[in-house]
Design a protein around this ligand. Structure first.
Ligand code: BTN
Length: 258
């Protein structure tokens, strides 16, 4: 399925760890990332995952035909302060959205904060970023994209979709992966050199939640509701509430309406 020598030519990747089948590329990336002796960025790539994980307690079900991979990345505290780490997942979301726009109608590709990638309002890709225990400068960014796997006709069809569901075209997974890696390479270097500003601009153009009334569940169990005013220059979600604007730095958007 994958042309590994072509992938090895990617500007971003220094080492590849490929598997036909794996529980979760994020689990494998966390394991290798913690082992020390590895060239970074490392790409962990699997044709199939049997225990893919989503954000929170969610699972990420993947049959063959989807693109599932994780990157182990490293950046010093000077280049990327810990408090800005969540921006990497937002940059990855922008990269996936830009990549998909090369194949599908660009105006249909949007981002739902923090980093769900939507096509026509339905989820086509997700990102799971995790810290590596014991390492302060290294972390994992896992990306899943529904490419040639069909969702139409399944119970998930109302909320999820895939590239092949959209236009019936079967695509080379290597090409889609290379496009995402190129976009991410650009966004990642830009983030390290210029900060989050340029990515914030790209994100705003694709923000699905802007002008929608939403409710956000925060990690401490509290909930805040209001009209979404897009994202700020740090990647936080701005909510207009009766008591003024609030910027949320994490949470999950539970409901929305226009
Ligand atoms: C989400 O939307 O909740 C995040 C989904 C992330 C799925 C990807 S698939 C590759 C990598 N390995 C995993 O186990 N999860 C991520």
């Amino acid at each position: 399925v994958f042309d590994l020598s072509r992938i090895a030519g990617s500007e971003l990747v220094a080492q590849i760890d490929f598997h036909e089948s794996l529980g979760s590329t994020n689990d494998r990336a966390l394991e290798i990332g913690a082992s020390g002796d590895v060239k970074l960025p490392l790409l962990v790539l699997a044709e199939r995952q049997t225990a893919g994980r989503g954000r929170g307690a969610n699972r990420w079900l993947t049959s063959g035909g989807a693109l599932t991979f994780s990157l182990v990345l490293e950046a010093s505290e000077e280049l990327l302060p810990m408090r800005n780490r969540p921006q990497v997942a937002l940059v990855a979301g922008v990269a996936v959205a830009e990549a998909l726009s090369n194949y599908l109608s660009p105006h249909l590709v949007q981002l739902k904060w923090p980093n769900d990638v939507l096509l026509g309002g339905r989820k086509i890709g997700g990102i799971l970023s995790e810290s590596i225990p014991g390492w302060t400068n290294r972390f994992v960014v896992g990306i899943g994209i529904n490419v040639n796997n069909r969702i139409r006709g399944s119970e998930l069809a109302g909320m999820a979709t895939s590239m092949i569901d959209q236009d019936g075209v079967e695509r080379g997974l290597t090409s889609v992966l290379m496009t995402v890696l190129d976009e991410f390479d650009r966004g990642w270097s830009e983030l390290l050199k210029q900060g989050f500003g340029p990515a914030a601009k790209d994100y705003r153009e694709r923000c699905f939640l802007t002008e929608k009334f939403i409710s956000v569940a925060q990690h401490d169990g509290s909930r805040v509701g209001g009209m979404c005013r897009g994202i700020d220059d740090y990647g936080g979600l701005i909510l207009r509430t009766p008591s003024g604007d609030q910027a949320l730095i994490s949470g999950s958007v539970e409901e929305w309406k226009d």
